[in-house]
Design a protein around this ligand. Structure first.
Ligand code: 4HQ
Length: 247
């Protein structure tokens, strides 16, 4: 997979994308990242990249000639869709990460200041994505979020220990709690079943705890998901446990 990122702040990407799993994915040539400085495409002697908005008002807008020169250059090495990071975009999700991971390549454009000239959005951008309903200073951190979530879906990027199959959201439920040694930590005990060695009881306990958390913290996820017979039985058990606690 190849991802090219267009930004005014290329140095922001150095550490996060070259560390840990993403660093290894690049070393193994499963992921190729290109970071491009939009400022390099300014023809102005002072390397100006932005200008005041037509109609007046505060803030600056990235100049379309500079941004399009950068996009057109990057398109010579990456023929995938251009994605712009913006709070006005479609919400990012695990489903969107999977769809992007199925592409061979794509380009991410990061804005700063007030953002992009609308003509660039209309004619050079294929998709706008938001990582959430809050306002950031730039699209760089959102771009890193996309690269991280997408890269870990590429076959072979996660090792066995990091396997994507057991993730929250992957299966549409929140994860069960995790414990490690010591069994007694400051008088706090690990649930007995996890130390029993009874694999099917452990699997069932974990599934029940996943359902418990999802029910309490994210009931909306349960609405989305088709439950199996076993899950419905465990959910009924959870409701019975709760009712007997009241009595
Ligand atoms: N931005 N999800 C870039 C965001 C944002 C978000 C604010 C994007 C500023 C220039 N991007 N502009 N939320 O807050 O993607």
């Amino acid at each position: 997979m190849r991802i090219d990122i267009l930004t005014l702040f290329p140095s922001m990407f150095a550490e996060p994308l070259n560390t840990s799993i993403l660093g290894r994915a690049q070393a193994d040539r499963k992921l190729k990242l290109g970071i491009w400085n939009i400022r390099d495409y300014s023809l102005n002697k002072h390397r100006v990249v932005d200008d005041t908005p037509y109609g007046g008002g505060a803030g600056m807008v990235l100049k379309p000639d500079v941004v399009v020169a950068c996009i057109e250059h990057v398109k010579t090495v990456n023929s995938g869709p251009v994605i712009y990071m913006s709070p006005q975009g479609e919400s990012f999700s695990q489903t969107k990460a999977k769809a992007l991971a199925d592409l061979a390549e794509f380009i991410i454009l990061c804005g700063h200041y007030e953002g992009l000239d609308e003509r660039v959005l209309e004619h050079w951008v294929d998709q706008e994505i938001s990582i959430g309903d809050y306002v950031l200073t730039g699209g760089e951190i959102p771009a890193m979020v996309i690269v991280d979530a997408v890269s870990r879906m590429i076959p072979g990027v996660l090792g066995h220990a990091e396997s994507a199959q057991t993730d929250s959201f992957y299966q549409g439920l929140l994860e069960h709690p995790h414990y490690t040694r010591p069994a007694d930590f400051r008088d706090l005990q690990v649930p007995m079943v996890l130390m029993s060695g009874h694999h099917d009881n452990i699997r069932r306990w974990r599934l029940k705890e996943s359902l418990r958390r999802t029910l309490i913290r994210r009931p909306d996820l349960l609405q989305e998901r088709q439950l199996t017979k076993e899950e419905n039985d465990l959910l009924a058990e959870l409701h019975r446990d709760k009712d007997s606690e009241r009595r």
